[in-house]
Design a protein around this ligand. Structure first.
Ligand code: C2R
Length: 197
C-alpha cells in the first residue's frame, strides 16, 4: 500500500515514497554508461495524524535545510497497527538510519516503532487539546528498559531533527560540516543577541 504525500505547510511538495512492500523503489538510481549513483533516504519522519503536521513540519524542513533525504508520512499504532508493522519491516532496506516519530495523547507510536525495529527512534510529544501535551510526553518518555526512545520536549520537532543530524554526522562528513557551520552560526547569533541586550 503506497502512502500519500502530505501536501500542506511544507517548503516543497514531495510525495511519500516509503513503502515496506515496495522498498527498493525508495532508491533513486541515476544511470549513465559510467556512473551508478544511489541516493538512499536517511531519516523518516512519521506522525500519528495529519493534525500533527503543524508541529512536525519543523523537523522535515530542518532536515531538508541540512540536505538530508527525508521521508514522511502518517502512521498510527492505535488506528492502523498492521500498516505500521508493514512499514517498519521495510525501513532498513529503504536505508532509513533514524526515525522521528511525533504523536499526541496516549502516544504509542514512537514506542511501537522502537519495538518493531532496532533503528534509533526519536519521539516528539505533541501538545493536544487536553493536558498540555503532558500525557504524550509521559507516554513517550517512560519506555520500558530495553526499548529506548530518545524523547525531546513537547512540540520539540526541530530539536528531534537536530539530534538526528548529530547521529548522521558521526559517519557522514558532508552533514558533519553543515552541523559545524550551524553550531558556529548559532553561537555567533547568540553572542550578538547578548551584546544587543
Ligand atoms: P486526530 O487529530 O487525528 O484526532 O489525532 C495523533 O498523534 C494526534 O496527536 C489526535 C492525536 O492522536 C494521536 N495518535 C496517536 C497514535 N495515533 C494517533 N498518539 C498512536 O498510534 O500512538
Amino acid at each position: 500500500m503506497r502512502g500519500e504525500g502530505i501536501r500542506k505547510g511544507l517548503k516543497e511538495i514531495v510525495p511519500l515514497t516509503i513503502d515496506a512492500s515496495l522498498a527498493p523503489t525508495n532508491l533513486i538510481y541515476i544511470r549513465s554508461s559510467y556512473l551508478l549513483l544511489r541516493i538512499m533516504r536517511k531519516v523518516s519522519v512519521v506522525m500519528g495524524s495529519t493534525s500533527d503536521l503543524d508541529v512536525m513540519k519543523d523537523a522535515i524542513n530542518t532536515l531538508k535545510d541540512f540536505g538530508v533525504d527525508v521521508d514522511y508520512g502518517v502512521y498510527s499504532a492505535h488506528r492502523s497497527p498492521e500498516r505500521l508493522v508493514e512499514y517498519c519491516t521495510g525501513l532498513k532496506k529503504a536505508g532509513i538510519e533514524v526515525i522521528i516519530a511525533g504523536a499526541g495523547g496516549a502516544a504509542a507510536l514512537p514506542g511501537m516503532i522502537a519495538a518493531l525495529t532496532d533503528i534509533p527512534v526519536i519521539g516528539v510529544p505533541i501538545m493536544g487539546k487536553s493536558l498540555s501535551g503532558l500525557d504524550s510526553l509521559l507516554s513517550i518518555v517512560q519506555m520500558p528498559p530495553g526499548v529506548p526512545v530518545a524523547t525531546v520536549g513537547i512540540n520539540g520537532s526541530r530539536n528531534a531533527a537536530l539530534l538526528a543530524i548529530r547521529i548522521l554526522a558521526l559517519h557522514d562528513s558532508e552533514i558533519s560540516k553543515r552541523l559545524e557551520e550551524f553550531v558556529r552560526k548559532q553561537k555567533k547569533e547568540a553572542s550578538e543577541k547578548q551584546l544587543v541586550l
